[in-house]
Design a protein around this ligand. Sequence first.
Ligand code: PAF
Length: 287
Amino acid sequence: MSAVLVHSISDLRGRLEPFRRDGRIIGLVPTMGALHAGHGRLIERAREECGTVVVSVFVNPIQFNQALDFERYPRTLEADLKFCSDRGVDFVFAPPESEMYPCPQLAFVEVEKVTEHLCGAKRPGHFRGVTTVVTKLFNIVQPHRAYFGEKDAQQLATIQRMVADLNMPIEIVPVPTVREPDGLALSSRNTHLNEEERRVAPALYRSLQAARELIASGILDPGEVRRGALELLAKYPQIQVEYFEIVDAGTMQPVERITGPVRVAVAAWLGSTRLIDNIWCEYGRKD
Ligand code: PAF
């Protein structure tokens, strides 16, 4: 069956109402489109766990801090609709910008601290844009569950904290990162890589694995772990590292010593494309 494409908020609310009244669990997968197997995993999980599945497709202007990045973000609605239909999605909500932002937005949702480092430090305003649009989507769809990828670990931690702090009655379901066979994390931005950049890009994941090996073997000084991993990346002049950090897995604050589970996170530029990736690590564990 084809997923039903809906553009307006009132139409979507009206269509969801009977399902809600029937007591169906409503699952939301928020996306910016250009759907790939990583999104596919989120959708499959939502399909398994929810009676009604909504996928939102909206390239949210207020989370981009560079106009060029916003403009060149891939927009592939027709293919996205087919992708969702093939996976049994009930509704694809693809509002135009005028529906989401009919007048200049004056109310924003902000999560402090969790957004301070990593991408938050490098992309001012980005997480405020994310938490604001996700709150709007939550208010529009009123899902019981919402699905987010671990690839965007800081985004996931920020949304988990927002939902907890603001008592939003929504279960946030984290879904593991999907990778190409060579380890590159799936991302809509991978389509921007040229052949040479695509060839070296998996080094990012290898640097994270190297960090995990070091931590598992008992190196608990983040500086030492970082140096080891950066040595590996230094072999690739095509990769410009923006950050390589070891942070507390919940608060996303850099740690002074690795005493519990951490996330090792990297952001790097390959030409004009910015990629991010991360891995969960714990002393003594290699899996
Ligand atoms: O991860 C994304 O694709 C976006 O940041 C999200 C959560 C859909 C908000 O625009």
